[in-house]
Ligand binder design. Structure first.
Ligand SMILES: Cc1cc2nc3c(=O)[nH]c(=O)nc-3n(C[C@H](O)[C@H](O)[C@H](O)COP(=O)(O)OP(=O)(O)OC[C@H]3O[C@@H](n4cnc5c(N)ncnc54)[C@H](O)[C@@H]3O)c2cc1C
Length: 377
């Protein structure tokens, strides 16, 4: 029976990028993926271009738009525009293409993938994982990576991430044509969706549209309202398939590793609870998971604690503020829109958040400083 350095459960963005990062270091990897072929992911594909630092390959083929402008609206009016001039900080990528590029490159480096396959049982024996799959074969590995996404079955089993995960409710559509969305612009539409917002991100010849609610587990079941939102993006023919997805969002600082096991991406509950940004934390967590496993394999230690610490520092601290901002903004969205989005400096800050130059923590500290200065003056 062949033994791998690492077995990864889930071959989406996080699983494929962890596999690629490990394969670049020369490790043997097996991905176990439950779907037969790459399915279209309900993901709008908005990604900070600064993330290329975590990608060990050229992803030009997956980039469909380079965004120069961000538009915010309150119920189809009261527009605010943020100019993302200069070096393009925000891309719209075709998600299925990005996942495939990562997987193909990892396969070229010698990783293996088993699909479609479901993991049925995981046992630890003499510091080795023994993983039993649906067709009864057993695979062995030294390390285990949980990358099975928002509906993760295994993160909870290993006590990784929050005990009670929080979810955003989302609807995703890919509509043909660009509606009224300019080619190099993304739009955030507030006011229509209670406890959330809608977004439209353009690909070359279609638009990824999303509707999301982020607190109180609010459902998106008002069809007439949903259609009104789609019409606000310039679409009349709404006979397209809508995909409903519960997206696991960040919900506190938690351990993301156990003994020889880590969770990455959505399985680790890393998605931004304010704007649903999940590509960035998926790539960051995959990168550092591979680094930590490499450190263990190359030094014969098995302490993965550095991984949890790194992710909580690099991402969790900002998300703690993102969660607070979401709780206030989505409860009082009109005030949030007027006082936050419409501030004179907002466009610049928004550009900095989307490009990854600024975190929610930086923004919150600025606001607190401003409030303190005003109250003293
Ligand atoms: C509507 C919507 C729009 C979004 N838009 C954006 C955006 O514009 N920008 C952004 O940054 N983020 C966005 N996100 C978030 C982003 O899509 C996710 O954070 C990202 O997909 C996480 O990748 P992942 O690999 O962790 O999970 P996934 O991509 O979900 O991959 C998980 C994989 O595991 C497999 N799997 C599941 N269970 C098992 C199992 N038991 N055994 C084996 N395999 C299994 C699945 O088949 C899948 O291939 C959006 C999310 C939604 C829902």
């Amino acid at each position: 029976m062949k033994e791998f350095d690492a077995i990864i459960i889930g071959g989406g963005l996080s699983g494929s990028s962890t596999a690629l990062n490990l394969s670049k270091k020369g490790y043997s990897v097996l991905i176990i993926e439950k779907e037969a072929t790459g399915i279209i992911k309900p993901c709008a594909g908005g990604m900070a271009s600064s993330m290329k630092q975590y990608l060990p390959l050229d992803i030009d083929q997956a980039i469909e738009s380079k965004i120069r402008n961000v538009e915010f609206r309150w119920e189809s009016s009261d527009n605010v525009n943020a100019d993302l001039s200069g070096e393009s900080p925000f891309w719209i990528i075709r998600r299925e293409k990005l996942d495939q590029l990562l997987l193909d490159e990892a396969l070229k480096n010698g990783i293996e993938i088993l699909r479609p396959a479901q993991v049925e049982e995981i046992i630890s024996q003499n510091k080795t994982w023994r993983i039993k799959c649906s067709h009864k074969d057993i695979y062995k590995s030294k390390y285990l990576v949980i990358a099975d996404g928002s509906q993760s079955q295994w993160a909870g089993y290993f006590n990784l991430g929050p005990r009670k995960p929080k979810f955003a409710n989302t609807i995703a559509l890919r509509l043909k044509g660009l509606g009224n969305i300019p080619k190099d612009s993304v739009r955030f539409e507030f006011g229509f969706i209670k406890y959330g917002f809608a977004w439209a991100f353009p690909l070359k010849d279609s638009v990824n549209i999303g509707l999301g609610t982020f607190i109180n587990n609010k459902l998106l079941e008002d069809e007439a309202l949903n259609n009104k939102v789609l019409k606000s993006f310039g679409f009349e023919d709404l006979s397209f398939e809508k995909v409903h997805k519960k997206l696991r969002i960040w919900n506190g600082t938690h351990k993301l590793n156990g003994d020889r096991v880590v969770a990455v991406g959505d399985a680790a509950s890393l998605c931004d609870p304010f704007l649903a940004e999940g590509i960035r934390p998926s790539l960051i967590s995959s990168y550092f998971a591979a680094e930590s496993i490499h450190q263990c394999l190359s030094s014969n230690k098995s302490d993965l604690n550095t991984y949890s610490i790194k992710i909580n520092n690099e991402w969790g601290k900002s998300m703690a503020w993102g969660k607070r901002i979401a709780q206030i903004f989505y409860r009082f969205p009109k005030t949030g829109y007027q006082l936050g989005v419409k501030r004179k400096t907002a466009p610049k800050r928004i550009a900095q958040i989307l490009s990854g130059q600024m975190s929610y923590e930086d923004i919150a500290k600025r606001v607190i400083k401003r409030l303190l200065t005003n109250s003293q003056g």
